[in-house]
Design a protein around this ligand. Structure first.
Ligand code: UD1
Ligand code: CA
Length: 475
C-alpha cells in the first residue's frame, strides 16, 4: 500500500520563501518570477498540495504584500508566517513550528506526525520524488534529499562516517562557507529538502545557535542532532534539475529550458513532430493527437488541444484554443480563445481573438482579425479584414479590406451574413446589419441597411471621367 495513502493526513509542509533574491536584481520578489507561465511559489504550492498535507505553511518576508496579492487562488489552506528579518533557514523553520504547534479557534487543525520542508525557489521538485522521500521517513528517522553532482559549489555538503560497517551514516551537513578544503571536495550535496517527525523537529529547532561563518540559524544543524538522537536516512531525486534552486535570471532561464525540453520530449514520445524541440514553449497544457507537426518558435499558453495531422507553422502564439484535425496554420498566426474546425487554413499573420469559432474548411488569411465571430463551413476571409461580433454563414466570401463596424463608441452591434453571400472588397458593414442569403455586395459598399437575398447591393457615387481636366502646373 502506498505509505502516503496510509497516512494521508499526517503530513505538514513548510515552504521557505522569505529570502530577498538579491541576485535577481528585481522589484518583484524572487518566488513570484515565472517559470513556464506559473510563478515559482505557485509551482511549489502545486506540488505540495498534491501530497494532501494536513497543514501547509508558507514562511514569507521580502515582498510580503506582493506575495499575498499574487496567491489569489483560494489560499485558505495556507497558513502565512511572516519572517520580518531573515536570520537563516533554521530561524524560518522555528517561526513555522511555533505556528504549527498552535491551534487557535480559527484553526482547529492539529499538527501532523511528520513535517516536510520545501523551498519557494526550487520550482521543479516533483511529486514522485517527494513521495519517495516521505516513504523513506519511517519511525523516528530524519529523511534527507541529497544528490551527487560534479559541481557542488555553493551547496551544503553531506558529511558521512568513513566506516562502511556503520553504513556510511550521515553525520552532519557542512555549509560551503564553513567547510574545510577537504569537506569542499565532497560531491554529495544537501538539496535542503527534508522530512522529520514533527515532535523531534520541534525539539531540535530550539537548540540551534548562530555560531557559524554567516551568523545565521542553520536548519542543516538539526542533522547533527538527528544523527545522534534517531538516525538519518537519505534518498535522491528522480533527476538533479528538480532540486535546483533559482538565485539569478540565468538560473531561471536555464531551468525554463530544462522544463521545456522535458515537455517537448513528452510530446515527441506521443507522436508529435517538433522541428526543433529546443524551440518550443508550453506555458500551460498542450494536448496533441497523432502526427501533429509543430515548426520552430511556437508558444502555447493555457489549455490548447490540437487534432491529428494538423500543421502549426513557425512563430505562432496559440492560447486557450481547440484546433481540429488536418488544419494548416501558417506562420506568425495568433490564436486566443478560439475554436478551429477541421481542414481549416489559417494565416500567415492571422489573428483569432476570443469567441472566434471557425467551422470546417474555412480560410482565414493574412492580416485578418476575428473577434467573437462564427465563420461557417467553407467560408473564406483571405486578406486584410476585421470581422467582429459577426455571424457568418457557410460558403461566404469576404473580400479583402472588409470591415464590420461593430462599435458605435458606446455599444457593440452584431453583423449577420447569411449563407452563400459575397462581400466585395473594401466594404464596411455598419452594424447592426444583415446580409441576406446569396446576396452580393459590390466592392466599396458602405452597408447601413440590410442587403436583400440574391440581389446586388451597392453604395457608390457614380464614376465620372473629366476630359477637360488638367494637372496643376508649378508656378
Ligand atoms: C541552503 C542550505 C544548504 C543547501 C542549499 C540548497 C542551510 C543553512 N543551507 O543554503 O545546505 O545546500 O540551501 O539550495 O539551510 N530562507 C528563508 N528565511 C531565511 C533564510 C532563507 O525563508 O531566513 C529561504 C530562502 O528564501 C530560500 C531558502 O530558504 O528559499 C534557502 O535559503 P538560502 O539562503 O538560499 O540557503 P543557502 O545558503 O542556499
Ligand atoms: Ca539558495
Amino acid at each position: 500500500m502506498n505509505p502516503l495513502h496510509n497516512s494521508a493526513h499526517s503530513l505538514n509542509i513548510i515552504i521557505l520563501a522569505a529570502g530577498r533574491g538579491t541576485r535577481m536584481h528585481s522589484a518583484i520578489p524572487k518566488v513570484l518570477h515565472q517559470l513556464a507561465g506559473i510563478s515559482l511559489l505557485n509551482r511549489v504550492l502545486n506540488s505540495a498540495r498534491a501530497l494532501k498535507p494536513a497543514r501547509l505553511i508558507v514562511v514569507y518576508g521580502h515582498g510580503a504584500d506582493q506575495i499575498r496579492a499574487h496567491i489569489t487562488e483560494p489560499d485558505i489552506d495556507i497558513e502565512w508566517v511572516l519572517q520580518d528579518e531573515q536570520k537563516g533557514t533554521g530561524h524560518a523553520v522555528q517561526l513555522a513550528m511555533r505556528v504549527l504547534n498552535q491551534t487557535s479557534q480559527q484553526n482547529v487543525r492539529l499538527a501532523a506526525a511528520s513535517t516536510l520542508i520545501l523551498y519557494g525557489d526550487v520550482p521543479l521538485i516533483s511529486v514522485s520524488t517527494l513521495q519517495r522521500l516521505c516513504a523513506a521517513q519511517t519511525g523516528q528517522l530524519l529523511a534527507l534529499l541529497t544528490a551527487h553532482t560534479a559541481q557542488p559549489q555553493g551547496y551544503g555538503r553531506i558529511v558521512r562516517l568513513a566506516n562502511h560497517l556503520a553504513n556510511h551514516q550521515v553525520q552532519r551537513i557542512i555549509e560551503e562557507k564553513d567547510a574545510s578544503e577537504q569537506e569542499r571536495a565532497i560531491t554529495e550535496i544537501n538539496t535542503g529538502i527534508l522530512i522529520a517527525p514533527t515532535h523531534l523537529l520541534a525539539h531540535w529547532i530550539t537548540q540551534l545557535t548562530p555560531q557559524n561563518a554567516q551568523g545565521e540559524y542553520y536548519l542543516t544543524d538539526i542533522v547533527t542532532m538527528a544523527a545522534t538522537d534517531s538516525g538519518v536516512t537519505t534518498c535522491h531525486p528522480d533527476n538533479l534539475e528538480e532540486t535546483l534552486g533559482i538565485n539569478s535570471r540565468a538560473q531561471l532561464a536555464h531551468l525554463e529550458r530544462v522544463f521545456q525540453l522535458t515537455q517537448a520530449n513528452h510530446l515527441m514520445n506521443q507522436g508529435v513532430t517538433l522541428r526543433d524541440p529546443a524551440r518550443i514553449d508550453i506555458r500551460g497544457n498542450l494536448q496533441c493527437a497523432q502526427d501533429v507537426v509543430i515548426d520552430v518558435n511556437c508558444i502555447f499558453e493555457g489549455q490548447v488541444e490540437i487534432g491529428a495531422q494538423t500543421d502549426i507553422g513557425a512563430n505562432c502564439v496559440i492560447k486557450n484554443a481547440k484546433i481540429g484535425r488536418g488544419v494548416k496554420i501558417l506562420p506568425f498566426t495568433h490564436i486566443d480563445g478560439a475554436i478551429v474546425g477541421s481542414d481549416a487554413l489559417i494565416g500567415p499573420y492571422a489573428r483569432l481573438r476570443p469567441g472566434s469559432v471557425l467551422a470546417e474548411n474555412t480560410h482565414v488569411g493574412n492580416f485578418v482579425e476575428l473577434k467573437n465571430t462564427c465563420l461557417g463551413a467553407g467560408s473564406k476571409a483571405n486578406h486584410l479584414a476585421y470581422l467582429g461580433d459577426a455571424e457568418i454563414g457557410a460558403r461566404v466570401n469576404v473580400g479583402a479590406g472588409t470591415i464590420t463596424c461593430n462599435y458605435d463608441g458606446v455599444n457593440k452591434h452584431k453583423t449577420i451574413i447569411e449563407d452563400d453571400a459575397f462581400i466585395g472588397s473594401d466594404s464596411q458593414l455598419v452594424a447592426p446589419v444583415r446580409v441576406g442569403k446569396g446576396a452580393t455586395l459590390a466592392a466599396g459598399t458602405t452597408l447601413t441597411q440590410n442587403a436583400p437575398p440574391d440581389t446586388l447591393t451597392l453604395s457608390r457615387v457614380e464614376q465620372i471621367s473629366r476630359v477637360d481636366w488638367r494637372r496643376p502646373q508649378k508656378k
